[in-house]
Design a protein around this ligand. Structure first.
Ligand SMILES: *[C@@H]1O[C@H](CO)[C@@H](O)[C@H](O)[C@H]1NC(C)=O
Ligand SMILES: *[C@@H]1O[C@H](CO)[C@@H](O)[C@H](O)[C@H]1NC(C)=O
Ligand SMILES: *[C@@H]1O[C@H](CO)[C@@H](O)[C@H](O)[C@H]1NC(C)=O
Ligand SMILES: *[C@H]1O[C@H](CO)[C@@H](O)[C@H](O)[C@H]1NC(C)=O
Length: 506
């Protein structure tokens, strides 16, 4: 294989850098709240199922270019032609949290697995790369291995990034005659196992993707009711991580009522079936539930998997960041070791953010202990519209250490910065613990610069006496002097920026 940074590879990468692939591409984002990118989808001269795409709302935040007419995946879908929109409609019936009568009116099989997630993986949030936002359906062995090599070359592996995750569209639309998923021979000519071996040789781990329905969101085979066969195949290949999506859910698996314990819901049951299949394999596979924050997943996610998405697909917009943080702060008690609220992909390098907004994005994902799965391709990273500054944000050792701390499982949580401080949505002040000490994070949510202040004694666990040293986690430097517990600490924050501090006894 060519060295990733050889001149030839750089030239080839440069030549393939036209428009960003997420704009106006099949299965790419075409809308959503706050979305300012391309809203059209590719259409062929003869609109057919194969070459015409329409923009379908898959959630409040995300619309996606989907084929106008679905083709049949391995298992027939009982959903309407557009799986995403039909499952979203179903999803809206999930929202109530009140206890209902439904739990007794459904007959959950007593054989539904109750396996807990493996304790051999997923203690701290997953860090890595995911192909989707960079390549969509145009994924390939070459691109996945290039990403793996770049994790090493850019020092991201050393910083803690470990997962190289393949998303949707990696296989053929039909299973083989023995019912197995088949890697697309054009995209993965050597199969997935060969890719897994190479990724393992680099000291990294590999993720695969499937769906808890009859077909994936891009209409490839789903795993519902075929979990054991698929899990065994992935284990044989050496898979370390599974992202398990929520498209094309057959009608009889919908939840039309509420539950006292949503672990008994049909939604949870679909994910529990896969949890049981994974538990039967001879290797730990981290299980990432991608059911879009439906069915009160934060109440049962930790009994089934290692992380769970809190929303529909993310959007590369500031509005999405504010929304997902606001959602997440209502469910921070769900977060602990082996249990992580997934705020969805890191959009650094995507969208049109200021450096301050990127710092806030990264910091919030780190201090709320979300998995951090980012994108990049040669166009973004190595030929650096994704700047060294952005790589520097992703590699910030102190924020990553907070995310990956092995002695404290809890995230930072909102606190009242001083008596009478205003409450905002999302909150602006957060405090948490790590093995290094106490941390404070402050988001300036407004579009102009502001002075932020907090009283040190208002920070939970610092106490009301003594004096403290304050360390800036972005610069890696201590602020000069020391601060009494009664001191009013102030900082001037640029619009949409986030301050990150470690506070220890002076
Ligand atoms: C839905 O129908 C399929 C096919 O008959 C069946 O295997 C499955 O158990 C049903 N799901 C539920 C939740 O009843
Ligand atoms: C990106 O942001 C800058 C600064 O806010 C703005 O001037 C520019 O028009 C934006 N570009 C796009 C493509 O939205
Ligand atoms: C702390 O300082 C800020 C900024 O100077 C000021 O607005 C605020 O009133 C002060 N708070 C206290 C409790 O002194
Ligand atoms: C950010 O700046 C705005 C405008 O001055 C202010 O209203 C907001 O409270 C600030 N946020 C923080 C966290 O200081």
């Amino acid at each position: 294989m060519l060295l990733p940074h050889s001149p030839l590879v750089l030239l080839l990468a440069f030549l393939s850098c036209f428009a960003p692939v997420w704009a106006n591409s099949p299965y790419g984002q075409c809308g959503g709240s706050g979305w300012s990118g391309d809203t059209t989808c590719p259409s062929g001269s003869k609109p057919t199922a194969a070459n015409s795409y329409t923009c379908v709302d898959s959630s409040e935040w995300y619309s996606q270019c989907l084929q106008a007419t679905s083709t049949s995946a391995g298992m027939p879908s009982t959903a309407a032609t557009s799986g995403v929109s039909s499952t979203s409609t179903t999803a809206s019936t999930y929202t109530s949290t009140s206890a209902g009568t439904g739990a007794s009116s459904t007959s959950i099989s007593s054989s539904t697995p109750t396996d807990a997630p493996s304790k051999l993986t997923g203690k701290t949030p997953a860090l890595g790369w995911n192909h989707w936002n960079a390549y969509g359906c145009a994924v390939s062995e070459e691109k996945v291995l290039a990403a793996a090599n770049s994790l090493v070359d850019l020092g991201l592996k050393d910083a803690g990034y470990e997962y190289v995750n393949i998303d949707d569209c990696w296989d053929l639309q039909a299973r083989d005659s023995s019912g197995h998923m088949v890697p697309d021979p054009t995209k993965f000519p050597n199969g997935i196992k060969a890719v897994a071996d190479k990724i393992h040789d680099l000291g990294l781990k590999i993720g695969i993707y499937s769906d808890a329905g009859s077909a994936t969101c891009a209409d490839f085979p789903g795993s519902l009711d075929g979990e054991s066969v698929d899990a065994a195949l992935w284990a044989e290949w050496g898979i370390d991580y599974l992202k398990y999506d929520n498209c094309n859910v057959p009608g009889n698996w919908s939840d039309y009522w509420t539950y006292t314990d949503w672990y008994e819901s049909n939604s949870a049951k679909r994910y529990r079936q896969m949890a049981g299949a994974l538990a039967n394999q001879d290797r730990p596979i981290q299980f990432a539930l991608c059911n879009w924050g439906n069915a009160n997943v934060w109440d049962w996610g930790a009994r089934v998997g290692h992380s769970w998405r809190m929303s529909g697909d993310s959007s590369a917009t500031w509005l999405y960041f504010m929304s997902i943080i606001s959602t997440n702060v209502n469910h921070l008690d769900a977060i602990d070791f082996y249990a992580h609220n997934d705020m969805d992909m890191m959009e650094i390098g995507n969208g049109n953010f200021t450096v301050e907004e990127e710092r806030t994005h990264f910091a919030a994902w780190a201090f709320l202990k979300s998995p951090i799965l980012f994108i990049y391709d040669e166009c973004l990273f190595q030929l650096s519209t994704l700047t060294t500054e952005q790589v520097g944000i992703l590699k910030n050792a102190e924020l990553l250490a907070f995310s990956q701390d092995t002695t404290v499982g809890a995230p930072a949580k909102p606190f009242t910065a001083y008596s009478g401080a205003p409450t905002t949505t999302p909150p602006e002040y957060y405090a948490g613990q790590s093995s290094a000490g106490t941390h404070v994070f402050i988001i300036n949510t407004s579009a102009s610069a502001a002075t932020k202040a907090f009283t040190l004694s208002a920070v939970p666990s610092l106490g009301t006496g003594g004096s403290f040293k304050i360390h800036d986690m972005w610069t890696g430097k201590d602020l000069s002097g020391s601060y009494a517990a009664t001191a009013n600490f102030t900082v001037s924050l640029a619009a949409h920026d986030t301050a990150a501090y470690l506070i220890t006894t002076a």
